[in-house]
Ligand binder design. Structure first.
Ligand code: ZN
Length: 450
């Protein structure tokens, strides 16, 4: 088939990216039949997708799942190092330069840029290398780190969260690179450590300035074919109560922190309903929640002793309607009021974690690009979604308010469960979709869509 370019012709590179076949006959000044020099967006997408190495992608995914990148400082190699090394090896094979920095000992971030043929906006693809523990092996039907394949599904810890998404984004970038990077902009691959813990990888990425100037980020976490444009915020508070120890028969001699703890729980329930009633549930994220998750007090064998202290953890989940400073103030006031009802008990409230909610404009070019790419690949319009927990995207958003889409292969509820798996055809489909989404994004931005 001979394609007649409607507007412009990119004459370089003259060779097929494999360096095998000339695509332009310079002596005659004509394109050869095999020429893949393309001009239309659809053609560039098709050309890059044709470069996707399906076999390589699935082999790499399986190898990644076989690397138990569960963080445990007590275990030699109980970290992300081997998984990061594996990714670095792929990039070496593909002649893609990368930078590596440890955000904690043996916990490296790998960052690589694919520059387009013309300068333009920066689009970040993010995936993490760490996985959570396999937990109780007896609960698994398969070895969590064998990389077993059954009925087109790859089983193992991290298959879904999120080595499937990570492998898809890497091989999508490779296909774009090898098909000539015919786009205006830069793709930055963020392969980060410690997402499941303190998100040190994402924080290090931000601290290194890698997110500076980014126009958008795609977080490749499993979201079950939803295009997630919002993410719930999280605040975790530790309430430490101090009372006075006494005999259970003489409570007037003590100050009981358990009574205070109970009053706090009760007041928190009232406050939760109050805050919920102030705003309707967010269409993608649902309602505000204020949930007591840990209560520690007394000793199991000491039924006749009033303890001297108690501790309560509160897990607060917010929507963009809930300002975090105000929320913390209100919860602290409720805690103080409850404690004031118990003579002699004092309390301290500590903010252990504070992650904002995120919300990207549905009209943002990155959102529209992912939707269009998904539709082209599946024939279906994807629903919007909200992420109930937090991801590395939360850290990105907190730093620069970069428009975010969380979109990756796998079922949303499977992560952290036994017999976690990812569908292999789906991983390949996502790699194809990432290729198209990136090219559509740069095209939209170049045409002023951004
Ligand atoms: Zn994850």
């Amino acid at each position: 088939m001979v394609h007649v370019p409607p507007i412009k012709l990119i004459r370089t590179p003259c060779y097929d990216r494999r360096g095998i076949q000339p695509t332009w006959d310079n002596t005659k000044g004509v394109r050869l039949e095999t020429d893949r020099v393309t001009t239309s967006l659809e053609e560039r997408i098709a050309a890059a997708q044709a470069r996707l190495d399906r076999r390589g992608l699935l082999d790499a995914l399986r190898a990644l799942v076989q690397i138990p990148s569960v963080y445990d400082p007590a275990v030699p190699d109980g970290n992300e190092r081997l998984a990061a090394n594996f990714v670095a090896g792929l990039l070496d094979d593909w002649n893609i330069e990368y930078r590596s920095r440890e955000v904690a000992p043996n916990r490296p971030n790998i960052v690589a840029d694919i520059d387009g043929v013309r300068p333009g906006p920066l689009l970040v693809f993010e995936g993490h290398t760490d996985v959570v523990t396999a937990g109780d092996r007896a609960a698994w039907d398969v070895d969590p780190f064998a990389g077993e394949i059954r009925d087109g599904r790859l089983y193992g810890r991290g298959a879904c969260d999120m080595k499937g998404g990570l492998a898809a984004m890497l091989f999508a970038a490779r296909a774009l690179h090898e098909s000539g990077s015919e786009f205006a902009g830069t793709i930055r691959l963020a392969v980060l450590a410690d997402e499941e813990g303190l998100m040190r990888g994402a924080k290090g990425f931000v601290a290194d300035g890698e997110l500076d100037g980014a126009a958008a980020a795609i977080i490749c976490e499993p979201e079950g074919d939803r295009v997630c444009i919002a993410q719930k915020g999280a605040i975790r508070l530790r309430v430490t109560l101090a009372g006075r120890m006494a005999h259970g028969a003489m409570p007037e001699e003590g100050a009981n922190p358990i009574t205070a703890l109970g009053l706090i729980v009760s007041r928190c329930r009232t406050l939760e309903r109050e805050i919920q009633s102030e705003n309707p549930p967010h269409p993608l994220l649902g309602p505000f929640y204020l949930t007591p998750t840990v209560a520690l007090a007394g000793e199991r064998e000491q039924g006749n002793v009033i303890p001297s202290s108690a501790e309560l953890l509160l897990d607060i989940r917010t929507t963009p309607a809930n300002d975090h400073a105000t929320t913390i103030e209100r919860v602290t006031a409720a805690v103080s009021a409850a404690v004031a009802d118990v003579n002699g008990v004092t309390c301290q409230v500590e903010v252990i974690d504070d992650r904002p909610s995120t919300e990207t404009d549905p009209e943002d070019p990155v959102v529209q690009s992912v939707i269009a790419a998904h539709r082209a690949e599946t024939g279906q319009h994807p629903p919007f979604g909200g992420v109930p927990g937090s991801t590395d995207g939360t850290i990105f958003w907190a730093a620069t308010r970069v428009p975010l889409v969380t979109y990756g292969p796998g079922i949303t509820t499977l992560p952290h469960q036994a017999d976690e798996y990812v569908d292999l055809d789906e991983v390949v489909r996502y790699a194809r979709t990432y290729i198209a989404a990136a090219l559509r994004f740069f095209d939209l931005m170049e045409r002023g869509g951004g």
